[in-house]
Design a protein. Structure first.
Length: 153
C-alpha cells in the first residue's frame, strides 16, 4: 500500500488508537496531538518529556511491535518551533516550511521562464495558497502573488 494512500492513513489511525489512549489516559499527557503517524507531546519539563518518550517507545515495542524513529524523535524547546503537519509551529503562530516556500518560488521561476504553462501553474498555486492560509503568512502570499502578476501582465 503506497505511503500517503488514504487507506494507509486510515489504518495508521486505527492501529495507533491504542497509543492515543496510552498517552492520554495512562501517562496523562495534557498537551498531545497526533496526525496519522506524527505526534507531539508538550510539557514544560524536559525530564518529564524524556521519561514519556521512553515509556511511549516501550509501549510501542511491546504492544504494537513498532518503535519511534531514532532520528525523527526529538525533544526541543517550543521556542524553536515544532515541525508538524507541514508547518513550523510556535507558541502563538505558525509559519510555512521553508522548503514549501522555495518549491513555490521555483515554480514561479519556471513559469516566468516559460517552462510551465500558466493554467498548470495556477492549479498548483491554488493548492499552495490554500495550505498557506493556515499559517501566519499573509505577507509571504502577497509577495508570491506580486511575482505571479508580473508574468501575467
Amino acid at each position: 500500500m503506497p505511503l500517503g494512500n488514504l487507506t494507509s492513513q486510515f489504518f495508521a489511525n486505527v492501529y495507533l488508537n491504542e497509543l492515543d489512549y496510552f498517552i492520554k489516559h495512562q501517562l496523562k499527557v495534557h498537551y498531545y496531538i497526533r496526525y496519522v503517524d506524527d505526534f507531539v507531546a508538550i510539557h514544560k519539563s524536559k525530564q518529564q518529556l524524556e521519561q514519556w518518550k521512553q515509556e511511549i517507545n516501550n509501549f510501542l515495542r511491546q504492544k504494537l511491535k513498532i518503535e519511534l524513529h531514532p532520528e525523527k524523535s526529538h525533544i526541543i524547546p517550543l521556542s524553536r518551533g515544532i515541525d508538524f503537519v507541514g508547518f513550523r509551529n510556535f507558541y502563538y503562530y505558525k509559519l510555512l516550511r521553508k522548503r514549501n516556500i522555495r518549491n513555490m518560488e521555483t515554480k514561479i521561476k519556471l513559469l516566468n521562464e516559460g517552462k510551465i504553462n500558466y493554467e498548470n501553474f495556477i492549479e498548483s498555486f491554488q493548492g499552495w495558497n490554500a495550505y498557506a492560509e493556515w499559517a501566519n503568512s499573509h505577507n509571504k502570499v502577497k509577495n508570491m502573488i506580486k511575482k505571479i502578476n508580473k508574468k501575467a501582465k
